[in-house]
Design a protein around this ligand. Sequence first.
Ligand SMILES: Nc1nc2c(c(=O)[nH]1)N[C@H]1C(S)=C(S)[C@@H](COP(=O)(O)OP(=O)(O)OC[C@H]3O[C@@H](n4cnc5c(=O)[nH]c(N)nc54)[C@H](O)[C@@H]3O)O[C@H]1N2
Ligand SMILES: Nc1nc2c(c(=O)[nH]1)N[C@H]1C(S)=C(S)[C@@H](COP(=O)(O)OP(=O)(O)OC[C@H]3O[C@@H](n4cnc5c(=O)[nH]c(N)nc54)[C@H](O)[C@@H]3O)O[C@H]1N2
Ligand code: SF4
Ligand SMILES: [Mo]
Length: 686
Amino acid sequence: MNAPAPAGRTVARLACPHDCPDTCALEVTVENGVAVEVKGGDMPFTHGVLCTKVAKYLERTYSPERVLHPLKRVGRKGEGRFERISWDEALDTIAAKFKAIAAEDPQQILPTSYAGTMGLVNYAGMDRRFFNRLGATQLERTLCSSAGKAGVKITLGNSVGTNVEHAVEAKLILIWGSNPIVSNLHFWTRCQEAKRRGAKLVIIDPRRNETAEKCHQHVALLPGTDGALALALMHVIIGEGLHDREYVARHTVGFEQLAGRVKEWTPERAAAVCGITAGEIVALAREYAATRPALIRLNYGMQRCHGGGAAARAITCLPALVGDWRYAAGGAVLSTAGFYGLNHQALERPDLVRGNPRTLNQSALGDALTAARPPVKAIYVYNNNPVAVCPDSRKVVAGFSRDDLFCVVHDLFLTDTADYADIVLPATSQLEHHDIHQSYGHIYVLGSQPAIAPVGESKPNAEVFRLLAKRMGFTDACFDDADEDLCRQALESPNPALKGITWDGLKANGWQRLTLADAPFANGGFPTPSGKCEFYSESAARQGLDPLPAYVPPYEGPTSNPELAKRYPLAFISPPNRHFLNSSFANLEFARREAGAPSLEMHPDDARPRGIADGRRVRIFNDRGEFTAIARFNGRARPGVVNAPSVWWRKLSPDGRNANEVTSQALADMGGAATFYDCLVEVAAA
Ligand SMILES: Nc1nc2c(c(=O)[nH]1)N[C@H]1C(S)=C(S)[C@@H](COP(=O)(O)OP(=O)(O)OC[C@H]3O[C@@H](n4cnc5c(=O)[nH]c(N)nc54)[C@H](O)[C@@H]3O)O[C@H]1N2
Ligand SMILES: Nc1nc2c(c(=O)[nH]1)N[C@H]1C(S)=C(S)[C@@H](COP(=O)(O)OP(=O)(O)OC[C@H]3O[C@@H](n4cnc5c(=O)[nH]c(N)nc54)[C@H](O)[C@@H]3O)O[C@H]1N2
Ligand code: SF4
Ligand SMILES: [Mo]
């Protein structure tokens, strides 16, 4: 597939930088310094195919809306009026502010970043060094995955699991809290092949999402109840003696205690909690126990709720119970990131931290900006659009509106957040900088090379922090490292899976595969303290958690908060829109055209008594806030649950708001994680 480029053309090998488990290999063709084509690379997982968003990547790269030079605010905060300044003026202004604030207390400076790019150089490299050395507040990055990750870690020891390249051989695939057609496309192509070979596909999801339409069976449970379902499946499997006695005896800890725990979780009890039938649970348990190999593809949708950690923990007990880790295509996976063992210490240099700075949680950014003591006096935002993506927008907006908050936003676009900045800095796209990538959905390492010169005066994150370090007077040698030095340092690791993977190899080939066994836990060897799959966990007990899997109900539900449920009877979820990537792409014409307008999927049984007709504008509200959307009866909503595909930009929405008006800052049971899908609302015609 790599035909030599015609004369005058070059082809650069890149990695897709977006927060997506597929981390595709890209090939960018350049003519006379201009990128003319982006296509999928020859990495086996990508196989030359890209999603529709990134297939049109040149529309993003060369968008007329890109920020081309540094800006300073001339209007009120939030107004989005700016005037051009030089890089020198921008950096001098930031350094002077940071010096003055740091002289009082550097903890009054808060970096906030998430996964605008997942390349390690620009996601967690020079930036972390800079803020560590400064002694700034540490940010807990909890917007997405930390609950599920913590839950899986208790059972399996780390973010490890099945390599879904083997999924074609599975006979049963449970797609659990995941919408692969939208958010894990290259896994979906493998599911389709498995289906052609006779596999059964079952999806467990409150929403009849794009993927559910193509599966054999859809278990439409209520949001936040997955833990109860998993416990009841184990109740049936153990109660009917369907477990793999040999695997359990040799490679697990705490079977007897687990059996005791799940006894109380009868299918009837779980069915009442989950809003499904006991018959569905019993049939699924028997089918799962009887079918080898069976793959459970968890994704983050099932852990954005109070019990997200507990649910991931319980679900990942299932494969060991039935001995499914014996097979390459069996087992379960939420994230493969734990297989990499790259050298994050070298990249981030936690040893540089000055003093003992506090930690603030990104999932409660609204509170951090309005109530933290000492106050946050400066915020530096990069790789992140918090005004659009953080929960409880009213508080987030109130925080960013503070006139005494010095705000820097480094981005490619004038986002909802950039409108509140004092200084806006232009960021390069992936086509314009070096980076190195791991993945959370496969097991390849990718190197990404610049294909074109920076557009306008844009600079990569790492470069800005190098320049700021100089202005702050930080003389540590690590601030002189070039981007490719960081790429090399990332690979300096004793992890045997990285053997033979070098930066030069990545530059030449674009990608290299980790060395891993096909069925890495066929003979146990889990990265837990015991080396076994831990049904019963001493380390959980030591953290003050339940030593056994349990069900943790949603904060906002009819049993946990009946008074609230009376006023706000509908569960509200806001999963990713197919055409956006979180709030990225949501400003681009081509993606907005495909996505239509902000909508609320409702079941007619919920709409009718409220006098709501299909296509009608509705108000979605609770005590935190309200926004509007167009009601859609498209068959995707189950009774009692409404869905608002997200994340729209506030300022580009008809009412200047989005779904995060109503979501809450409450944290999940583990990992300090956000609970976007643990939210009750009422809906009325607008
Ligand atoms: N096109 C596109 N791709 C994306 C993204 C995007 O915005 N757009 N976002 C990227 C990012 S950052 C991430 S984290 C992933 C997210 O992708 P996923 O990890 O797949 O997670 P979500 O899309 O949040 O949710 C997936 C499914 O979970 C369902 N769900 C919601 N609540 C529950 C629940 O309580 N239980 C169960 N079982 N299911 C539930 C939703 O209805 C949805 O269909 O996708 C990445 N890929
Ligand atoms: N209601 C609701 N809210 C959600 C979710 C949901 O499902 N529902 N999903 C949550 C999830 S899973 C996640 S992961 C978060 C995602 O939240 P974010 O990680 O903030 O993701 P994006 O909204 O895509 O914003 C990333 C920003 O980084 C910018 N960017 C890209 N590359 C670079 C770069 O190299 N340098 C700099 N400086 N900037 C860059 C992009 O232009 C974009 O504006 O949102 C969460 N919010
Ligand atoms: S967003 Fe995901 S599927 Fe699309 S190109 Fe990037 S890694 Fe591949
Ligand atoms: Mo995410």
